[in-house]
Design a binder for this molecule. Structure first.
Ligand SMILES: [Zn+2]
Length: 339
């Protein structure tokens, strides 16, 4: 068992199989300014240049020790390919969607003929090849992509999406189905290009924005269809305190569920989920990894390990100004725990 390489260990842990020690990775955004300065591969260029995307991603593995390579750094690649307008942000601000192709309705939805050639999808597939060449076959490649709920809201605007959820239930379901189709197609492009794990942050599905009843009746069936149509290990990340929907998330057929520190009781979270999924997290990105000390990161990591976390990781995207030593402390804490 101690012969496991990083990829085998992470995949086994995500599937709930026993491993020699808990893997320590990030399934959410990893890039920090320290490493942008170190590598010379910085935002916003690293969102659109395959070499820079790859170099910055690999540095989180080689310099910070994270046991996987996680990229890209935004939730806008598929949105852009589907016709959204993107603001690429700055060195320390992530890209965001600023223009929506379907704010007026769902009558003329257009699925691109060749999605793999659209927007920055070729950049991500090229970066995948470069990363694989750099790190070899034994380090897991974790590709991030926006989930169907978040993509649907980007296609029509969050405001319209929220409104349709109440006043135009048919349009709401139509845009969700369309977004789910696009997510499945993009995920399969990623799988065909050799990624090992797909991490799907779907922040708009959070109980902060969508009621648990909507999640159960409308969003969950789409997430299940996505998961059943994508043949690799998958992680679902939903922001906020997901305690009210955790049991439903466990039904979504993703191998792993990535949760924030806002889910306070890890032991009962594990009980709720049971053997339907594994749990990843949940060191606070804003309060500990960004603004704490390495000792505080370790304390929080050990608490997660004691709570039975299956994969040790930040609770949400790492903030760009997080110190390198705090990211390093994630893996150090795991090593100390298992020493
Ligand atoms: Zn999050």
């Amino acid at each position: 068992m101690s012969d496991l390489d990083l990829k085998e260990r992470l995949i086994k842990a995500l599937k709930g199989e026993s491993v020699d020690k808990t893997p320590a990775v990030s399934v959410t955004q990893t890039a920090i300014v320290n490493l942008m300065d170190w590598t010379g591969a910085a935002w916003p260029e690293a969102h659109s240049d395959a070499n820079k995307m790859a170099e910055l991603a690999v540095s989180s593995h080689e310099m910070a020790g994270l046991e996987g390579v996680r990229y890209p750094y935004c939730l806008t690649v598929l949105a852009e390919a589907m016709g959204c307008e993107i603001n690429f942000g700055t060195k320390d601000r992530q890209p965001s969607v600023i223009g929506h192709p379907y704010p007026n309705g769902v009558d003329n939805l257009i699925m691109p003929d060749d999605l793999s050639s659209k927007g920055r999808i070729p950049v991500v597939t090229e970066a995948t090849k470069i990363i694989r060449e750099k790190v070899g076959d034994n380090v897991p490649l974790i590709a991030g992509m926006e989930g169907p709920v978040t993509l649907a809201s980007d296609l029509v605007s969050v405001k319209k999406f929220m409104k349709w959820s109440i006043k135009k239930p048919q349009d709401f379901e139509t845009i969700l189905d369309f977004a789910t189709d696009a997510c499945i197609e993009y995920a399969n492009i990623l799988v065909d290009n050799g990624v090992d794990i797909i991490s799907v942050p779907d922040p708009v599905a959070s109980p902060d924005l969508m009621s648990p009843v909507t999640f159960d009746k409308i969003l969950k069936p789409r997430l299940i269809r996505y998961a059943e149509s994508v043949d690799c290990v998958k992680v679902l990340h939903i922001c906020g305190d997901v305690t009210p929907i955790l049991g439903m998330m466990a039904d979504c057929k993703f191998e792993g569920l990535s949760i924030e520190e806002k889910v306070k009781d890890l032991k009962s979270a594990k009980e709720t989920v049971g053997d339907r999924a594994t749990i990843i997290g949940n060191i606070s990105s804003p309060f500990t990894i960004l603004s704490g000390t390495p000792e505080e990161v370790k304390e929080s990591a050990k608490k997660a390990l004691e709570g039975g976390i299956d994969v040790l990781a930040p609770g949400c995207g790492i903030a760009p100004h997080s110190p390198l030593n705090n990211v390093k402390a994630i893996v150090e804490a795991r090593d100390e725990y298992f020493a």
